[in-house]
Design a protein around this ligand. Structure first.
Ligand SMILES: Nc1ncnc2c1ncn2[C@@H]1O[C@H](COP(=O)(O)OP(=O)(O)OP(=O)(O)O)[C@@H](O)[C@H]1O
Ligand SMILES: [Mg+2]
Length: 323
């Protein structure tokens, strides 16, 4: 292994269009736009770790070559203290002409969905004011959180979770460069754990490699933080049988014992629903409930309250079953 202190997600962040895996149509379109040196405002929407920030950086480097640093401004909406800071920074940056041959500069606004609606309204006016000198690339997880007037000013590209073959390609490249060995089953385990999030895969791979140069599925599994499926199954069965208190206590035990986050518990529950002996319609309904709880937790609602509410809906669903 080379330099142990580097973070692999950065070390192996693609630097050229050709190195990005998956998202084929998006890459083709964005590459063509970049070649023409005339990009529109763009919005990269989609799940974490699928290449949004990576692609934005590739665009900037391709457009500006050696002048890429001077000609682009990166802002993270969730770091900046309010829209006034964003606007001031944009103004200061947009005031001076771009260096080199490209007639505009690029502003990359990461996590744009962290901005409030009011902040987005202000941003929209800023975009209008500087259209002649600046192009915006925005990234967000949920485009539905972006107000229509901004969306309609952008070409929206929807990133998807990466497929297994794409994740595998990236894993194999890293394995080769780092002189590691890996079992096919371990690739499977890494993909399963990542659910299409490439950052997660690479982090898991790096963590595994710090323990052994031979990556096995067992090794990967010991590193995956997640509840034991068997334990989650017990929780759900208590709930479906109507014993809310036992279900709740067991869930708390699992969460505390393994210090698992609410969203990871939700993922385990979602998987386990499909292993329960209940009919498919009920599975669909419970999956929907689980999705709602996940959404609320992600939005900042208390995870214990949401999980308890979820267990309550399992109890109610259980009443409808002849057991
Ligand atoms: N499509 C991809 N091809 C190759 N590597 C990728 C891809 N997507 C992500 N990666 C790897 O994962 C890391 C994180 O990706 P990136 O920063 O582009 O994610 P993102 O989509 O911007 O996620 P977030 O929504 O969390 O900001 C990259 O440094 C790179 O190593
Ligand atoms: Mg990003």
């Amino acid at each position: 292994m080379e330099n142990d202190s580097t973070i692999w997600t950065e070390k192996y962040r693609p630097k050229k269009f050709e190195e990005v895996v998956g998202q084929d149509d998006i890459i083709k379109n964005v590459q063509n736009l970049t070649k023409s040196f005339n990009i529109p405002h763009m919005m990269f929407a989609g799940p974490a770790g699928t290449g949004k920030s990576t692609l934005a950086l590739i665009v900037v480097k391709n457009l500006f070559g050696v002048h890429w640093k001077e000609n682009h401004l990166e802002l993270n909406a969730s770091d900046e203290r309010g829209i006034d800071v964003v606007r001031q920074k944009v103004k200061d940056f947009a005031r001076t002409k771009s260096l080199g041959n490209v007639p505009f500069k690029v502003i990359f606004l990461d996590e744009a969905d962290a901005l409030t609606k009011e902040a987005q309204q202000a941003l929209r006016r800023t975009m209008e004011n500087f259209t002649s000198t600046c192009r915006f690339i925005m990234s967000c997880n949920y485009s539905s959180k972006i107000i229509d007037p901004i969306q309609s000013r952008c070409v929206v590209f929807r990133f998807k979770l990466l497929e297994k073959k794409d994740i595998e390609k990236r894993i194999r490249l890293i394995i080769e460069k780092e002189k590691l060995q890996i079992d096919d089953k371990a690739i499977e385990a890494l993909y399963e754990a990542s659910e299409g999030d490439c950052r997660r895969v690479i982090n898991l791979l790096q963590a595994s490699s710090s323990i052994s140069t031979r990556i096995t599925p067992e090794l990967v599994n010991t590193l995956i933080s997640g509840a034991e499926p068997a334990e989650i199954k017990i929780v759900l069965e208590y709930a479906l049988s109507g014993d809310f208190l036992k279900a709740k206590d067991k869930l708390l035990e699992v969460m505390l014992k393994e210090s698992i986050s609410g969203t990871d518990i939700i993922k385990s529950i979602q998987k386990e629903i499909w292993n329960l002996q209940i009919d498919d319609e009920l599975k669909v309904r419970l999956t929907e409930k689980t999705g709602e709880a996940e959404f609320r937790i992600v939005e900042g609602s208390d995870e214990f309250i949401q999980l308890e509410a979820l267990l309550a809906s399992f109890v109610l669903a259980g009443r409808g079953i002849n057991r």
